[in-house]
Design a protein around this ligand. Sequence first.
Ligand code: F6P
Length: 541
Amino acid sequence: MASPLTARPEWQALTEHYQTISTRHLRELFATDPQRGERLTAEAVGLFLDYSKHRVTDETIRLLVALAESCGLAERIAAMFQGEKINVTEGRAVLHTALRAPRSAQIVVGGHDVVPDVHAVLDQMADFSQRVRFGAWRGHTGQPIRTVVNIGIGGSDLGPVMAYQALRHYSQRNLTFRFISNIDATDFVENVRDLDPATTLFIVASKTFTTLETMTNAHSARTWLIAALGDAAAVSKHFVAVSTNAEAVAAFGIDTANMFGFWDWVGGRYSMTSAIGLSTMLALGPDNFHALLGGFRAMDEHFRTAPFAQNLPVLMGLLNVWYSSFFGAETVAVLPYDQYLSRFPAYLQQLTMESNGKRVTLDGQPVNYQTGAIFWGEPGTNGQHSFYQLIHQGTKLIPCDFIGFCQSLNPLGSHHDLLMANFFAQSEAMAFGKTAAEVAAQGTPDWLVPHRTFPGNLPSSTILADRLTPAVLGALVALYEHSVFTQGVIWDIGSFDQWGVELGKVLAGRIAPELNAEADPELNHDSSTNALIRRYRACRA
Ligand code: F6P
């Protein structure tokens, strides 16, 4: 039975249109349309998007925009910004956009204007950050803080890690930042082994303050600190918390005066502009953090107001729908040509896949179309010497997002021009390839020609900005956030819950006591899991 989405005339028009487009090559699309490279572009908030190397025509964009309109994207955008409870399975508003609203804005949730609350926390973060950065905040022995360790996982880790790496150029260099996330003790041990407890500050970042990994690491950190400083009272000078759960923070022993709050309407993977960004503000200082928020805000406004055909997040979201649901492409490669963005693909993995890795519609019906793609990637040019082979000559269709900057933050000889020459060359090679005739014309022996032929017709977006600044990073992250939302609206799935992480957590809770029980426990799993647990028990130290 056709679902409401695939039954829409706009979807069916795209299905029909796909039959034509799928047979056309980008070589031909460019040859017959000399203005294409200048026309199929859009620009906003310091980001220039060239989508001309996608397997689309003006008609494709018109049909995709019509689909977005028929799916009520405009109404859903308005509902999100107005604080309606669009996270239906958790009964919550989705208001990460309120985190970057200006002081003068008013956003009412449940009869309460949340903007003053947001700015009160930002002010608290700024005051604390400046005290730490300039040495007014002292540790238990009276020394200033030299290392900040963020303990968190998922959205309470990936945003802070990514932002710290991305904006390291702007960071205060006499402070060191570390990030501990994995429950594997190696993460904790290797990160603290060279630290001086007397000058170390831990930020325990957890929305719920119940997450197993974070709480286990936080307890180990507290034990490590007290063992070194010999006084449990030291905790108050070396631990602060970022959470929505004041009770659990107090129970851990952190003074709630040193807790930075946020709210249930901020999803974990959408939280880097909340107090979860405390490590970011400590590294960059309040002014740079506010510039980052400004970039987010400008992209939020663009998304909210720009016509769909010129709206960067809408265009990128629709292109993702086009490849996932019509071409059957399974993945998207994110390829930043900037070493500072080395953790950007990892950040996007949670943002995109925890959001749109869903198989039922908002009202619980199974979908009969492909939804969220697998996002992955590495910075260029490193990826070129590893997996690009498969993109160029393998059997999979992998749309790519190339992200690059006109100016280097570290100008050095010809590095940047060489980097960017590769950046432009790769999308050119992917789009146009190299025909067998071209290969043969170079004197290649016949038997080698198929091996040296590049089919081309591989789609990519190019996102180009002047320079990687805090504001540009904000715009870039918000671009992907809203692209994810656009896709979720078209697919009619809930992009803001994550029930898929629950089952494994529950099963791990059941298995943990079986692993360290004194006597052999009665195991009631399947035969594979039972045998693996027995084997582990027999050889664990
Ligand atoms: O992976 C599930 C998840 O709930 C994420 O959505 C979240 O970012 C992460 O765990 C961490 O949660 P918390 O901030 O509550 O510790």
